[in-house]
Write a protein that binds this ligand. Sequence first.
Ligand SMILES: *Cc1c(COP(=O)(O)O)cnc(C)c1O
Length: 409
Amino acid sequence: MAKKGFTTTNLHSDRKSKPEHGVLHKAVHPSVAYGYDDARHLAEVFQGKRAGYNYGRQLNPTVTALQDRITAMEDGVASVAFATGMAAIASTMLSLLRQGDHVVSSAFLFGNTNSFFGTLQLLGIEVSFVDATDVAEVEAAITERTKLVFVETIANPVTQVADLSAIGELCKQRGLVYCVDNTMTSPHLFSPKTVGASLIVNSLTKYIGGHGNALGGAITDAGNYDWEAFDNILDTYRKGDAKLWGITQIKKKGLRDMGASLGPEAAHHLAVGSETLPMRMDRACANAQALAEFCSNHAKVKNTFYPGLESHPQHQRAKQLFKNFGAIFSIDLESGVDCFDVLNRMDTIVASSNLGDTRSLAIPVAHTIYYEMGPERRASMGVADSMIRFSVGIEDTEDLLEDFQRALA
Ligand SMILES: *Cc1c(COP(=O)(O)O)cnc(C)c1O
């Protein structure tokens, strides 16, 4: 049979694993512990000689079903889910890196990832921030201690698009782990595996869950990286298929030692949400395009940042790599126009810090999510004081346009 499409595969994923009673959704299994009739089997599960569940912090059947969906969406070899996207990022970095290692990261980063990389530096893991829209900047920052390169697909809030293919080539040549945060594009718009990503991050809280009703994160091994070459893999995990060594260490160290595990209720919400990802994303992208075009022609808007505009510096790259241009865009207002006043005149669009919801949300970024960073780092990321970031939802386009017309009148 031909390989089924993205949505078909996702919708029938739980059923194909033959759950009890023929249920079409994997059940929510709240049990923390698992009992064994033969105590030897319990020991074998602990020793990795038998598949099975031992304790809810490491494994839960509802969470496993979600992990399988994410792996299929990213066409990867395995995924590990965490309580949040930040837990996925932090657990991965702390599982794979050691004091003295060096990371090259895009300077255009989700604020909390930026903050976490500050924490890594306090632990003696060096991080260099570079303009990842240009592979030459990434290459120039690599040292003999570099272990990993971290980029986002479309950065938030200024929507820079990383030089994803060229950085993938570079990482392959240099034997570096290439970690791509696919949250902004989601696996519907972009497959990081195709540009050589080793590890793929998804905040499930955002487009995959899509309804702003559950937190979650996942890391997927795309199967591109040769973990035999990665000397931070502990001897205990250098067993069996080398393709799985990295994700096994992330699962063992990340979930067992650090414990930011995803709960089964959240996993169920996220799995159901993921079923409509392509439809929601297509509609949100179409709305974002219409609104960004409106703003780019408006006298009170100084700059509009959206990869779908021809004026965007990486428009051609985005067109080549992504199925669509995403549902995030930002504007800078002309001087004398107050970003708070604009937001307060909106009716449909909600002042809120989340993104990837079905509802349209907006936030004055310099005063909120990038406040702690300070003016210098904000300026280096292109974040102006008057900037508003929009996470466009799936409302009727006319209603969103009306909000903008009124708010900017
Ligand atoms: C939101 C977000 C995260 C973190 O996800 P949480 O689920 O909120 O912890 C990571 N990366 C990007 C690009 C995000 O937008």
